[in-house]
Design a protein around this ligand. Structure first.
Ligand SMILES: C[S@@+](CC[C@H](N)C(=O)[O-])C[C@H]1O[C@@H](n2cnc3c(N)ncnc32)[C@H](O)[C@@H]1O
Length: 249
C-alpha cells in the first residue's frame, strides 16, 4: 500500500495548523532563493531557522525530494537491494530514507542523522508514518562514522559539507560498497553547485557503480502543485542526478 498520500495529508495538518498558505508560500520562495543564490548561509543552519521555513521545507521541498528519490530508486532497481539497515545521512525530515526503505522487502531498519534537532525529530515522525523500524539522532556528520553492514542514502546533503568531510565520506561510502552494502547519492543537476561531482562519478563507476541524470514528468499531488504554482516554481518535471553502487555477488 502506498502510504505517501496519507503521510502528505498528515504533514499538512501537522505544519500548517498555525500558518496560512501565503505564509508558507513566502517561506518556500525564501528557501528556494537560499538554496540557489545564498548557499553560503546554509552552513549557519539558515535553511531551518524559523517556523515558516521549517513548514516550507517539511510540506513542500521534502515531499518533492521523497517523490524524486522514490522514482530514482525504482529506475535503478535499488528497491530490490537487500540490507538489514539503512543510514539516512543528513536526513532532514527523513524522506530519502523513508522513500527507499518503504520500497524494499524486507524493509531495513532506518537510522537518520542530522545536526538539526528539529529535523531529527521530524525524521522520527516520518519513518513512523511509513511503519519503519527506525531511529533518528541529532548528530554532526562531519565527525560521525558510518556503521558496518548498513546501506547509505545521502540526498541533497553532500553539497552542504565542507570539502574535507565530503572527501572522507567518499572514502567511507566506497568502503561501504566494497563490503557489500549499497550506496545511493542524490543531488540537483546544476553543475556549478557541485564541482566535486565528476570526480565522485569516476570513483563510483570505477567501483562498479553508475552515475545518472534523471527527469521524471509527473502529476504532483494537488496541494504540492498549488504551492508550486503560487511560489512561481515549476516541479512538473522532477530532476536530479544520482550516484549508485552495489557490489555484484
Ligand atoms: C537540503 S537538506 C536535505 C534533507 C534530506 N536528505 C532530504 O532529501 O530532504 C540538508 C540537511 O542536511 C543537514 N546537514 C547539513 N550539514 C550537516 C552536518 N554537518 N551534519 C548533519 N547534518 C547536516 C541539514 O540540517 C539539513 O537537514
Amino acid at each position: 500500500m502506498d502510504l505517501f498520500p496519507r503521510w502528505l495529508e498528515a504533514l499538512e495538518e501537522r505544519h500548517m495548523r498555525a500558518l496560512s498558505f501565503q505564509e508558507v508560500r513566502r517561506s518556500v520562495q525564501a528557501l528556494s532563493s537560499l538554496y540557489v543564490e545564498r548557499r553560503n548561509r546554509l552552513g549557519e543552519g539558515a535553511a531551518l531557522d524559523g517556523a515558516g521555513k521549517r513548514a516550507a521545507f517539511a510540506v513542500y521541498f521534502a515531499p518533492l525530494h521523497f517523490l524524486l528519490v522514490r522514482e530514482i530508486v525504482k529506475a535503478l532497481g535499488a528497491d530490490r537491494a537487500k540490507a538489514p539497515a539503512l543510514l539516512d545521512l543528513g536526513c532532514g525530515t527523513g524522506v530519502a530514507g523513508a522513500a527507499w526503505a518503504s520500497l524494499m522487502a524486507p524493509a531495513p531498519r532506518v537510522s537518520g542523522v542530522d545536526r538539526n534537532p528539529w529535523a531529527a525529530s521530524e525524521a522520527r515522525w516520518t519513518y513512523g508514518a511509513f511503519g519503519l523500524e527506525s531511529s533518528a539522532k541529532a548528530i554532526d556528520i562531519n565527525t560521525f562514522k558510518a556503521p558496518d553492514r548498513t546501506a547509505i542514502v545521502a540526498a541533497f546533503i553532500l553539497n552542504e559539507l565542507p570539502e574535507e568531510a565530503r572527501e572522507r565520506w567518499k572514502d567511507s561510502m566506497l568502503r561501504t560498497a566494497e563490503r557489500g552494502s549499497p550506496v545511493l547519492i542524490v543531488e540537483p543537476i546544476a553543475k556549478k553547485l557541485s564541482p566535486w561531482w565528476d570526480e565522485w562519478a569516476e570513483a563510483f563507476i570505477a567501483a562498479g557503480g553508475r552515475s545518472d541524470e534523471w527527469r521524471f514528468r509527473m502529476a504532483l499531488p494537488e496541494r504540492l502543485a498549488l504551492m508550486d504554482k503560487a511560489a512561481g516554481l515549476d516541479h512538473r518535471e522532477l530532476t536530479g542526478r544520482s550516484l549508485w553502487v552495489q557490489k555484484k555477488n
